[in-house]
Design a protein around this ligand. Structure first.
Ligand SMILES: O=P(O)(O)OC[C@H]1O[C@H](OP(=O)(O)OP(=O)(O)O)[C@H](O)[C@@H]1O
Ligand SMILES: Nc1nc2[nH]cnc2c(=O)[nH]1
Ligand SMILES: [Mg+2]
Length: 167
């Protein structure tokens, strides 16, 4: 299963922007956990969910953090999501009170796999594309389906030619 649709646009996210957006996500989630106990753990979908999950856990003062590692893409080429590492299921149970955090939802296939593992967890991403929106419970910013999101860990500062060029 592959998705080779071209990504016409690029959305470039700086560390500063990611920090602001992940904080906004945390503030949106604050107080929305189950009435009897609130959020009891954060699960990061590695690797992209790790930085946002750390920021959410810090804002909401959640110290129990686990990971589920799912690989779906090699650069911009999608394949069937593979679970490379599962979380501690004794801790997670059916997912009640668990906040699952990822950087983005695109087609939603990664989150379909997560839902099978933790049906009652709350799934939150910082960014969302329209096709994946039904799979996500909370997100901050939507971008169009033909946009590729570039994260700060995939970029570097580099020289740019002046607009007028030089002799
Ligand atoms: O909604 P989908 O179409 O399934 O795509 C979203 C997933 O793709 C990316 O992960 P990737 O597989 O690139 O692994 P990584 O997080 O280790 O970079 C991204 O971090 C999401 O987890
Ligand atoms: N970095 C990045 N990874 C993705 N995985 C699926 N969609 C995207 C995207 O737009 N950006
Ligand atoms: Mg990922």
């Amino acid at each position: 299963m592959t998705n080779q649709l071209p990504h016409e646009k690029g959305f470039h996210v700086s560390w500063d922007q990611l920090h602001r957006d992940a904080r906004a996500l945390a503030w949106r989630l604050d107080g929305n956990g189950p009435a009897d106990g609130g959020w009891r753990a954060v699960v990061a979908i590695t690797r992209g969910g790790m930085a946002p999950a750390m920021i959410v856990a810090r804002e909401l003062d959640i110290r129990t953090v686990d990971t589920i590692s799912i690989k779906s893409y090699n650069h911009q080429t999608q394949s069937k999501p593979q679970v490379i590492k599962s979380p501690d299921m004794d801790l997670i149970g059916d997912g009640t009170g668990v906040l699952v955090v990822d950087d983005l939802v695109d087609t939603g296939r990664t989150l379909e796999v997560v839902r099978q593992h933790m049906p009652k967890a709350h799934i939150a991403t910082v960014y969302a594309k329209p096709q994946g929106r039904p799979q996500v419970d909370s997100f901050i910013t939507e971008v169009s389906q033909d946009t590729w999101i570039f994260f700060p860990w995939d970029m570097a500062l580099q020289y740019v030619e002046p607009y007028r060029g030089t002799d």
